[in-house]
Ligand binder design. Structure first.
Ligand code: NAD
Length: 332
């Protein structure tokens, strides 16, 4: 059983090779993204391709995979906005994903971004290394007593809400499917407008869908409190980047923490040091002292990687054996 990995990094090899000792599949790792330019590299007879967040499985790519005899597209992530599921269904390719891999990893990273921004620890780290112990410019604000708005209270949003309640924040949330257990421990479900208007800190934890693209755009930002903090660890296109940049310039948005970026596929997961980055938008974002950018690393913990490898291999094994897989795992 041959399985080809795209966008494969050294750490993928380490975790998947270890997991594969149980299965003995033939694994091939390719560093390149999957997209129309490279799909022909998949050799006929390959049973499964394993892809990540920035691989582009367009209708054309899926059709070519089907021609080559690929039976399974295994996403080693939760989000699936990069896969044409209709095309997969049409060509009879099963698409599976890892619906949950340590949601705490992502929630904790969102908190890490928030704490970095509100206490300026990134600046303090550099400053102290230069033997500068002055506090000028490091004034922060307490999280205790602030109102945090959480958009999307699925697995990650739920974990994030609980941490924020622990900090003594008022936690408001918006989700089309409110979580009764969260409401019972103090999360207040409100409309999206109320959340935008009331929150000092907004954290996005919903998936990207055609309906919520640019959820945070000028109209939304104009409703927010002046000096709001926005954290996005979900998907880049939930934010209208140009509108957020305008709001950073006026101070309407005081702090921005993003682990995802709409145009990230050309940049993230690569070492581009020494290269000229032509993307003016990200260059502008990186120039703000009150913006913290990480390169889609929220999931990147030992616990999450080991769970991703274990669930992905189990998914592929079950599909190959014709066994049923969970509704939240199988997408097509
Ligand atoms: P989940 O499916 O458990 O929860 C998503 C929740 O969002 C659901 O409760 C759903 O009802 C809600 N939702 C959907 N559309 C919404 C909308 N327009 N407004 C408000 N709520 C909405 O998903 P999860 O595991 O919590 O993951 C959330 C997202 O986090 C993923 O879709 C993915 O984009 C992102 N993610 C990022 C990383 C990273 O490393 N940065 C890692 C994993 C997941």
């Amino acid at each position: 059983m041959k399985m080809v990995f795209f966008s494969a990094k050294q750490y993928d090899k380490v975790f998947f090779n270890a997991e594969n000792e149980k299965y003995g599949f033939e694994l091939e790792y390719l560093e390149t993204h999957l997209g129309p330019h490279i799909v022909n590299a998949v050799e006929p007879g390959t049973a499964a391709v394993c892809v990540f967040v920035n691989d582009r499985l367009t209708g054309e790519v899926v059709a070519t995979l089907a021609e080559k005899g690929v039976k399974i597209i295994a996403l080693r992530c939760a989000g699936f906005n990069n896969v044409n599921l209709d095309a997969a269904k049409q060509h009879g390719i099963v698409v599976v994903r890892v619906p949950a891999y340590s949601p705490e990893a992502v929630a904790e990273h969102a908190v890490a971004m928030l704490l970095t921004l509100n206490r300026k620890t990134h600046k303090a780290y550099n400053r102290v290394r230069e033997q500068n112990f002055s506090l000028n410019g490091l004034l922060g604000f307490n999280l205790h007593g602030k109102t945090v708005g959480v958009v999307g209270t699925g697995k990650i949003g739920r974990a994030f809400c609980k941490i924020m309640l622990g900090f003594g924040c008022t936690v408001m949330a918006y989700d089309m499917y409110p979580d009764e257990a969260l409401a019972q421990i103090g999360v207040q479900y409100v409309t999206l407008d109320t959340l935008f208007q009331s929150a000092d800190i907004i954290s996005l934890h919903c998936p990207l869908t055609p309906e919520n693209k640019y959820l945070v755009n000028k109209a939304a930002i104009d409703q927010m409190k002046k000096g709001v903090t926005i954290i996005n660890t979900s998907r880049g296109a939930l934010l209208h980047t140009a509108d957020v940049i305008d709001a950073l310039k006026t101070g309407q948005v005081a702090y921005l923490g993003i682990d995802v970026y709409e145009q990230e596929e050309k940049l993230f997961f690569k070492d581009l040091s020494g290269n000229i980055i032509a993307d003016d938008m990200i260059q502008r974002l990186m120039s703000f002292p009150n913006v913290l950018l990480t390169g889609h690393q929220a999931f990147f913990t030992q616990e999450a990687l080991s769970q991703i490898a274990s669930v992905t291999m189990q998914n592929v094994n079950q599909v190959m054996k014709g066994e049923a897989v969970g509704k939240d795992v199988r997408l097509a």
